[in-house]
Design a binder for this molecule. Structure first.
Ligand code: C2E
Ligand code: CA
Ligand code: CA
Ligand code: CA
Length: 280
């Protein structure tokens, strides 16, 4: 990359240069990775209490790079968002997840989860025709629209008018809308007045200290009240211990997701969660 001069605030350091070069390399490799099948999709259970049933799964992308090993989505999704490849990658993830969910419905019957939740980035939402793409994928895979949820962060919705148009189109199809990392944005509650939402995913940061009866607990309790009052489902994210699961259940949360109940895997187990037996 060219040397950057005359910027007194962000000086061009070797570290930044390396990082920019690294991102450029990663960006180029995403194209090849898509073409050579290096991406796969894993699924993390969202468990309903007290039954222990896997009510839903969240689809999460993985990149198995032949040389780098496993590359975290936290590293390559932002790169794919910047270079625009997220549109193609995102559509591939959506198709995989819907195809998989349709398969579970066909083979597992009543044991199948109610829905698969797919992460969608701001760049995808901002495109005209995203809802049409979703409709086409549903038709192609035979998945009923209510068996799909799209997860987006508050900032993705906030980024513009088309995002809200897209959400209304998805809603009209019957697709469920989930707000991800809820409570971490700048206008979480304000957004609930203007955007069609079905599911609040309460961010892990509120769950982390839930057993300490401090601020997080008060906020987590307020958020379950809001979700109830608005008739929305609430999912608590990042549940890692039985104590956290118990505390959340006491506050009224009945949908929990986190390593305690299961990590994201290629072939999730849909048997009733045994972890739940420890939750009183
Ligand atoms: P996210 O959507 O908030 O996903 C939850 C992340 O938390 C996942 O990380 C998941 O593996 C992790 N997680 C789940 N339970 C626990 C827990 O109990 N403890 C801890 N410490 N972590 C937990 P992952 O898969 O590395 O994904 C990171 C982020 O990358 C996601 O955050 C999402 O923003 C993005 N991402 C992942 N897959 C996709 C995708 O298919 N499309 C898009 N657009 N973004 C994706
Ligand atoms: Ca998510
Ligand atoms: Ca999240
Ligand atoms: Ca997140």
């Amino acid at each position: 990359a060219a040397k950057h001069t005359g910027d007194p605030v962000r000086r061009w350091t070797p570290a930044l240069d390396e990082r920019a070069g690294e991102n450029a390399r990663l960006g180029g490799e995403i194209r090849m990775a898509l073409d050579s099948g290096q991406f796969r999709v894993v699924y993390q259970p969202i468990v309903e209490l007290p039954s222990g049933r896997v009510a839903a799964v969240e689809a999460l992308v993985r990149w198995e790079h032949p040389l780098r090993g496993m590359v975290s989505p936290a590293d390559f999704i932002p790169v794919a968002e910047r270079n625009g490849l997220i549109v193609e990658l995102g559509e591939w993830i959506l198709r995989m997840a819907c195809h998989r969910m349709a398969g579970w419905r066909a083979t597992l019957g009543p044991l199948a989860p109610d829905r698969v939740s797919v992460n969608v980035s701001a760049r995808q939402l901002a495109r005209h025709g995203f809802a049409a793409t979703v409709a086409a994928v549903l038709a192609e895979t035979g998945l009923p629209a209510p068996c799909l949820a799209v997860e987006m962060t508050e900032t993705a919705v906030f980024e513009g008018g088309q995002a809200v148009v897209t959400l209304n189109e998805l809603r009209a199809l019957g697709v469920r809308i989930a707000l991800d990392d809820f409570g971490t944005g700048h206008s979480s509650l304000n957004l609930l007045q203007t955007v069609p939402v079905d599911i609040l995913k309460v961010d892990k940061s509120f769950v982390d200290n839930i057993t300490e009866a401090g601020r997080s607990t008060v906020i987590a309790e307020a958020l379950i009240q809001v979700s109830r009052g608005l008739g929305l489902a609430a999912v608590a994210e990042g549940v890692e211990t039985a104590a956290q699961a118990e505390a959340l259940q006491r506050l009224g949360y009945s949908l929990l997701q986190g390593y305690y109940f299961g990590r994201p895997v290629a072939d999730p187990n849909f048997a009733l969660s045994t972890a739940v037996a420890e939750v009183r």
